[in-house]
Every structure is written in C-alpha cells, then in structure tokens.
Design a protein around this ligand. Structure first.
Ligand SMILES: Nc1ncnc2c1ncn2[C@@H]1O[C@H](COP(=O)(O)OP(=O)(O)OP(=O)(O)O)[C@@H](O)[C@H]1O
Ligand SMILES: [Mg+2]
Length: 481
C-alpha cells in the first residue's frame, strides 16, 4: 500500500546520545521522529497524538518503569502499536520474554542500524495489515449486525424495515416506492432473502431501460422464429424467477400494452411466450418499484389503477435520506471503510467538518449520492482524516452550476448580440399573463405569447418563427392582427 504520510517512529531512551543517534538515522530516511526519555512521558504523549504513531523503539531499561510494564501500558492505549526493545547483551533473555508479552521485536546492543530499519519497516507493514483486517472485520460486522447489509437506525428507516420483515414470509406482491437512490432495490433483495423463496432466484429487470417489444420478450420469453431476430426460443424472466422473486424496477414506465399483459399474468398466474399458444404456470413473487408517484400517473391515465392494486397488495415506502438524518453517518462510515479497502486508501475517519457537511447536505440523490460522494472523497483523500474539501462539488451541484453557467453564457451572448445588432434576445423578459379579473381566451394567450416571443428574440422574426415551430408567413399574419 502506498504510504501517504511520513512514517512516525517514537524513540524512548533516557540516554540522550542514543536518542540522537537513532533519530538522526531515521530522520535521514524521511521518518518523522518523536523522542522521550521515560515511559511515563511517552504514555502521556500518546494521549496527544498517539494515533499517528507507527512504531515505538524503546530501551528495555527505562527509568521508573520496567519494559514489561511499559509494554502493558502502551498496549492498553493502543493494542496494535508495535514496540521494539533495545537491550544490553546481558538482558537479552528478558528482552526475548517481552515478545511473549506483546512486544514486536528486540535488538541487542550495539545497535546494528540496518537490522533496526528492517524490524521497524516490518512492524509497520504488520500494523497496516492488522488495521486492514480490523476494518474488514468491521465491514463484515456492520453488514451482519445490520440485517443483511441494510444500514439504518432512524425511526423512519426502522419502520420501513419492520414492514419489509413482516411481509417477507408471505407471497404478497409488494410495491416499493421512494425517491431515486433511497434503497428500493436493497429492500427488495432483503425481502427476498428473508422469504421462504430465499433459495430460489432473485431476478431484477429495469422496465424503463428496455424498449417495449424487447421488454415483452424479456419478460414472457418467445418461441423460435416468432419475430425477426428470434433465432432461438427464449425463456422469459417470469419463468426464470420460478420459485423465486421477480423484481420489476421502474414499473411506472411500463407501456400501456405491457401493463395490460402484466395484469393478466398477475390474475391468472400463467404466461404465454410470444409466438406460442401454450400457457405456462408461473410461481414468482412480484416485487415492483418506482420513484414515480403512481397516484399521479393513474390520475393522468398513464398507469392502470387495477394493475396498481394488484402490484401494491402491500405498499412499502422508503423515506428519503433527508427524513432520516440518523442514518447518514452509519451509512457514510460503512462506505468509507468499504471504499478505503477497495482503493487501498489511507482514509479512516471523517473530520468534524466532514461530518457536519454530511449531516447538513440535502442528499437529493439519497443514499446513492452519499455513496458516490464518499467514494470520491476516499479516493481523493491523502491521509487518514477525510476532510470536507475531499468531497468536492457534488454531481447535482455540478449540474446546477453548469446550468447556471450555460444560462449566463446565453444571456451574455444575448447582450453581446444586442449591443452589436440592436437585438436583445431574452433580455430579462418574463412571459406574464395579466388577468384583469377574467381568464384570457386561448386565442388571447397565443397572441400574447407570439408577441412575447418576438420581443424575447429582440425582434428577430425568422428566429421566432423557428422557435415557435411555425412558418414565417403565419408569424407575420399573426403579428398584423
Ligand atoms: N440502507 C442501506 N444500507 C446500505 N446501502 C444502501 C442502503 N440503501 C441504499 N444503499 C446503497 O445505495 C445505492 C442505491 O440503492 P438502490 O439501488 O437500492 O436504490 P433505488 O431506490 O433502487 O435507486 P433508483 O431509484 O435510482 O433505482 C446502492 O448502492 C445501495 O447499495
Ligand atoms: Mg433501483
């Protein structure tokens, strides 16, 4: 692993000359060195900045504190801190005993410096490895402590999890709703794992990612030669999910014809592959998800109400991250550990400001945005502490910055054109409909809008005609009214 910070060696010896010899040797090799002359001061200093210590090189015979006691005390503070003792030849045996008490190594005077360097470097490597193992254990622990890798402790999250837990053993179809990135798929997988179908397959498909005709054959399968390109017969996902769970993501985007076909499947529990007459029984539990408000989609005739009731025997709403602030840091910390291990990064913990940033950010992209932000911060971080600066601008900020920039450029361009040609495109105009106590007719609105568009374009009629999608003659006619 790349060492991003200077390795920090701590020298404990009451003999100033020895202290200086060792420190000069390590400083010349780009180590950071701290020196102490007895055990007590060393332990006190640990409280100040012990977190940054990598190895302790100590005389075995310290004033007022025997080597054994020193080892015990320092390991009470940091069990993983390697201690290397330097002993006189006549106390080599005692030094060897220290290894049994947890010391890392010992050397016998006179110090052979190349050997000391090897010992220090090995100790540091071991410490890093141990740290990685601890982090790994914590990741495993966190993911096992939290039910099946789902992290959260806020009342809102726990309420959703409780519903998921209760419905998991049943066969009921479940509709998971929630904003983008809230963890709908995570919950769907959790329900599957907690259900009697856990040993069966979990098949997920994103209904918005595949064009209609293709989606139909994906879901239902097709007979060989049933359409151009159907070279082989295909088993559909309903069949593949037999005795398991079929997760229909972004169900709100299903076309009307597929909505009708899905409704039939849910009613009859049978499917017919495209191009076949034979019906096949299916036994798949359907969990669907959408970030859309299906009530609105139903009101707008975009989604069938009867299908909605079939899919949503049990509705499960995943709250947005801003409504479960208590979940932010446990999630962020789990992501920090995961990405730090994956990237071999030195990042280990968040600074106070970084925590503040995480807690106050609106996370409009929810858990996914938080996960991406932590991944970026971990990759950019060069030290154990992840600072607020490592987060950089979020994607959403980036997009909104870009939009403002484009808007500004457009308005700058417009004023440039205006100063050059006398035309003023945009020019801060707003399209207002002034009501004087009555609703304007559509004709009034159209007329007003055309006039507005011409003004908006600084009088450029060709451009306005193009923008409005009408021909020039029509525009002129409308302006003469
Ligand atoms: N409670 C959680 N614990 C751990 N990780 C989570 C949790 N919720 C979400 N995640 C992680 O956040 C990311 C987004 O989750 P998921 O894909 O389930 O969200 P979604 O609601 O389905 O998003 P979309 O609407 O964009 O499809 C995933 O990487 C997932 O692992
Ligand atoms: Mg999803």
């Amino acid at each position: 692993m790349t060492q991003f910070k200077k390795p920090h060696v701590v020298i404990v010896d009451d003999d100033e000359e020895v202290q200086n010899q060792i420190s000069t040797f390590f400083e010349a090799r780009s180590f950071k060195v701290s020196k102490f002359s007895d055990g007590e001061t060393t332990l006190e200093a640990w409280v100040e900045d012990g977190n940054s210590w990598d190895v302790v090189v100590s005389d075995l015979h310290l004033p007022r504190m025997a080597g054994a006691e020193f080892t015990d005390n320092i390991h009470k503070l940091d069990p993983e801190l390697p201690v290397i003792f330097i002993a006189n030849p006549n106390s080599a045996e005692t030094a060897a005993e220290m290894i049994g008490r947890g010391a890392y190594d010992f050397l016998v005077n006179p110090i052979y410096f190349p050997q000391l360097l090897i010992s220090v470097e090995r100790a540091m490597k071991l410490k890093t490895l141990k740290g990685d193992i601890t982090s790994l254990r914590e990741v495993v622990k966190t993911s096992t402590r939290s039910p099946n890798g789902i992290i959260g402790r806020s009342p809102n999250f726990l309420a959703a999890l409780e519903i998921a837990k209760r419905v998991a053993p049943s066969n009921a179809n479940i509709l998971v709703t929630g904003e983008s990135g809230t963890g709908k798929e995570v919950f769907a997988r959790y329900i599957h794992r907690e259900s009697p179908r856990a040993k069966g397959p979990f098949i997920a498909i994103n209904c918005s990612a595949i064009p209609g005709a293709l989606l139909e054959s994906e879901l239902f399968g097709h007979a060989k030669g049933s359409f151009t390109g159907a070279i082989e017969k295909k088993v559909g996902l309903f069949e593949e999910a037999q005795d398991g769970t079929l997760f229909l993501d972004e169900i709100g985007d299903l076309s009307p014809s597929l909505q009708a076909k899905l409704l039939r499947v849910l009613q009859e529990k049978k499917i017919r592959r495209v191009g076949e007459n034979q019906h096949r029984e299916i036994n798949a539990r359907i969990i669907s998800a959408t970030h859309k408000d299906l009530a609105v989609e139903i009101a707008n005739d975009n989604f069938r109400e009867d299908l909605f009731y079939r899919l949503s025997v049990i509705p499960l709403v995943i709250p947005p991250l801003r409504d479960r602030v208590e979940d932010i840091m446990p999630l962020a910390e789990c992501f920090l550990k995961r990405f730090s291990l994956e990237n071999g990064s030195p990042a280990r913990y968040f600074s106070k400001d970084a925590v503040k940033y995480c807690l106050s950010n609106p996370w409009r992209g929810n858990v996914r945005e938080l996960e991406n932000a932590v991944e970026r911060a971990v990759i950019l971080s060069t030290k154990p502490e992840v600072c607020v600066g490592d987060f950089g601008p979020s994607l959403l900020e980036f997009i909104s910055d870009s939009v403002s920039r484009v808007e500004k450029e457009a308005s700058d361009e417009a004023s440039e054109t205006a100063s050059g040609s006398g035309l003023n495109r945009g020019g801060g105009h707003k399209f207002d409909l002034v009501f004087d106590g009555h609703l304007p007719t559509l004709q009034d609105v159209t007329q007003k809008y055309i006039e507005f568009a011409v003004t908006f374009n600084g009088g450029a009629k060709d451009r306005t005609a193009r923008d409005l999608g009408i021909d020039r003659k029509t525009l002129y006619k409308r302006l003469q009214v």
